[in-house]
Design a protein around this ligand. Structure first.
Ligand SMILES: [Zn+2]
Ligand SMILES: [Zn+2]
Length: 134
């Protein structure tokens, strides 16, 4: 046990496996820690790039759809019906919009919590808590 070599350095013993691609890694090859897991250089960099992209969250889509529906339920009756008939619909659509907005912001919050903690790991530093042994 423990005799597995690093995938990049056959002369070096592997200390951990990459959490994502399960590659055997020696100490200097454990370059990323993600939520207390070890990630290799290519996997870590890919994740970093993904996280750097602006997110069109589901929350924003829900918010946009909700706003559109709310606006339509207001505008359409205003143009086709008497104004006094449209008023309850307007109140209803406003209420629906508030509900949608609250649900959307909750989703956004949860998405924020799910963001991984990505860090560069200096060689020789302690292995993160959840590091997978080879
Ligand atoms: Zn990897
Ligand atoms: Zn290595």
């Amino acid at each position: 046990m423990g005799a597995d070599p690093c995938a990049n350095h056959p002369e070096a013993a592997a200390l951990a496996l990459c959490r994502r691609c399960r590659t055997s890694l020696c100490d200097p090859c454990c370059t990323f820690t993600v939520n207390d897991d070890v990630w290799c250089e290519p996997c870590g960099r890919t994740l970093e790039e993904e996280e750097a992209k602006p997110r069109f969250t589901q929350a924003r889509v829900v918010l946009a759809v909700g706003l559109t529906i709310a606006t339509l339920t207001w505008i359409v009756p205003m143009r086709t019906m008497e104004t006094k008939n449209a008023f309850p619909l307007y109140v209803l659509s406003l209420f629906a919009y508030v509900v949608v907005a609250v649900l959307a912001s909750r989703r956004a919050e949860r998405g924020e919590l799910r963001r991984p903690e990505i860090a560069r790991r200096p060689p020789g530093s302690p292995m993160p808590r959840n590091a997978v042994r080879p």
